[in-house]
Design a protein around this ligand. Structure first.
Ligand SMILES: Nc1ncnc2c1ncn2[C@@H]1O[C@H](COP(=O)(O)OP(=O)(O)OP(=O)(O)O)[C@@H](O)[C@H]1O
Length: 263
């Protein structure tokens, strides 16, 4: 099982996510229109765009919360996500983390992670049954990855906001999701927590694929590899942050209004 965690990325042209001509309508209003988007295995992709651009709606479609009115969303080149319910999509290997952490505050950090472990057993037996040595190894690996190894026995409720966010990311990692969808993972964090989060995203992307929706342009500048800019429900531009910052159209619709250009 541990071998899965260090599996090298595949070298083929296979995409982990491939979105074509995606349309989403809310009572006739097109929140997403003719949107094309694809993601290679092991990518760390930042999704940015002005308010109402469609970022959350795109994540909602990927995780099954919103059904498209047109187009195609393929996971691993062969799974049509529009045909699956939200819980099935989670089981298929797509994990979503919302902005507000939802950890079990009366349980310890370790127990929260153990409960999230991908397994056949029910919740209670997962908590009380003995973990195998292999499972403990996975738990400790994730604990150190999220920087909470020395807080394993503390109640999650006593953690700082940033630590709760990391714990929740760790819980997603325990589910062994292949694709993680993170909504503003560094929101409300201190500077040092923000830095650790940026580093954590990069270490996750060494093994899994990550999409991050982000408003904090300083965070994007520091940690983004490839950035996709959405505007009015479709992709406006895609490229490195440097490309994006130099793009006049992006400056016009987005960056110019939110951040000083070239800063
Ligand atoms: N359930 C809904 N019903 C009606 N309209 C919706 C619904 N959800 C989103 N919208 C609209 O769809 C558009 C895209 O919204 P979305 O939340 O995806 O944008 P966003 O890029 O995530 O914005 P923000 O950065 O402000 O979170 C907006 O105009 C929004 O008002």
């Amino acid at each position: 099982m541990l071998g899965q965690l260090v599996e090298p990325h595949r070298q083929t042209d296979e995409k982990i996510l491939s979105v074509k001509g995606l349309e989403v309508s809310f009572d006739g209003f097109k929140a997403l229109r003719n949107l094309d988007f694809s993601l290679d295995y092991g990518e760390l992709r930042f999704l940015i765009g002005p308010n109402g651009a469609g970022k959350t709606t795109l994540l909602d479609v990927i995780c099954g919360k919103v059904k498209p009115s047109g187009g195609q969303v393929l996971f691993k080149d062969h799974i049509d996500l529009s045909k699956h319910q939200e819980h099935q999509i989670a089981q298929l290997g797509i994990g979503r983390k919302f902005q507000t952490p939802t950890v079990f505050s009366t349980l310890t950090v370790f127990e929260n992670l153990a409960l999230s472990m991908k397994q056949q057993r029910g919740l209670l037996s997962a908590l009380w049954a003995k973990t195998t040595s292999e499972q403990r190894e996975r738990l400790h690996l994730r604990l150190s990855m999220i920087g909470l190894a020395d807080k394993a026995n503390e109640r999650a409720g006593s953690l700082s906001h940033g630590e709760k966010q990391w714990l929740e990311i760790g819980m997603l990692l325990m589910q062994e999701a292949d694709l993680l969808l993170l909504d503003e993972p560094a929101a409300g964090m201190t500077d040092s927590e923000t830095e650790k989060t940026g580093e954590l995203l990069h270490s996750i992307a060494a093994q899994q694929t990550v999409i991050v929706v982000e408003h904090d342009m300083e965070f994007v500048r520091r940690y983004a590899r490839t950035v996709t800019v959405l505007h009015e429900g479709t992709v406006l531009r895609e490229g490195t942050m440097q490309d994006i910052q130099q793009d006049d159209k992006v400056a016009e619709v987005y960056l110019g209004r939110r951040v000083e250009r070239g800063a």
